[in-house]
Design a protein. Structure first.
Length: 229
């Protein structure tokens, strides 16, 4: 999937060289431009006929065996709709807390302004929001929300919910999808499935991203309900 507005010739050439080494076909979908994360992923939804579908960001690196561990979990439990990995800045480094509970306005505000004094006063709420205790325990659990940087899905479940909600151009599309996937099956965090993730942090990417974040947050709360605290 090439969601860029730039020329795809270099990417096509790379895939052709890569395809000669693969035992499965590769297809590049391009030409649609930057239609947003949600719509960009949904373009292939009607085309896929697989049992499992991986939604993966380009800023993610998989540890050896990560994908096979996730597929083993999905094939062994038909009640699962989605499995999510343990994410790190670098393998062996600090873990990223990408699993989330349903967000409140307070928590999102605290995470946006990043005040050490306020964060200390509301440390328990922030910790609970990120499932820090559960993630640090190193055991599998069922979070409400997982990151869209890596979502390994049952294709039938993904199609049942209609994929991403295309009203979200960027940000909160993964929150929305997680909640809907959780209604058709279990969403599970697998600590043994490890990735490196280099993205995140809308506030560090400039006011354009801040604006998109605020707009998407408003759409999310309008759809699912506003939680203040």
């Amino acid at each position: 999937m090439n969601n860029s507005e730039s020329d795809a010739l270099e990417l096509e050439s790379f895939l052709q060289s890569l395809g000669s080494k693969c035992s499965f076909p590769l297809e590049l979908v391009s030409g649609h431009g930057n239609v947003g994360y949600a719509q960009g992923n949904n373009i292939v939804l009607d085309k896929i006929k697989s049992e499992y579908h991986l939604i993966l960001n380009p800023d993610v690196v998989l540890a050896s065996g990560a994908l096979s561990r996730g597929l083993k979990q999905l094939t062994g439990d038909s009640s699962l709709s989605l499995v999510a990995p343990a994410s790190y800045d670098f393998f062996g480094g600090p873990i990223q807390y990408l699993c989330k509970r349903y967000p409140s306005f307070l928590v999102l505000f605290l995470r946006f302004i990043k005040s050490p004094w306020l964060n200390a006063r509301f440390s328990r709420a922030l910790s609970e929001y990120e499932y820090r205790h559960e993630t640090d325990s190193g055991v599998s659990f069922s979070p409400e929300i997982v990151s869209g940087c890596f979502m390994l899905c049952q294709t039938s479940a993904l199609k049942k919910v209609g994929g991403f909600d295309e009203r979200f151009f960027l940000y909160f599309e993964d929150f929305d999808l997680s909640l809907r996937m959780g209604k058709v099956g279990k969403v599970v965090y697998l600590p043994e499935m490890k990735i490196q993730h280099y993205g995140g942090g809308a506030g560090r990417k400039g006011w354009k991203h801040v604006r998109m974040f605020i707009v998407s947050a408003a759409k999310f709360f309008h759809k699912h309900g506003l939680k203040w605290i």
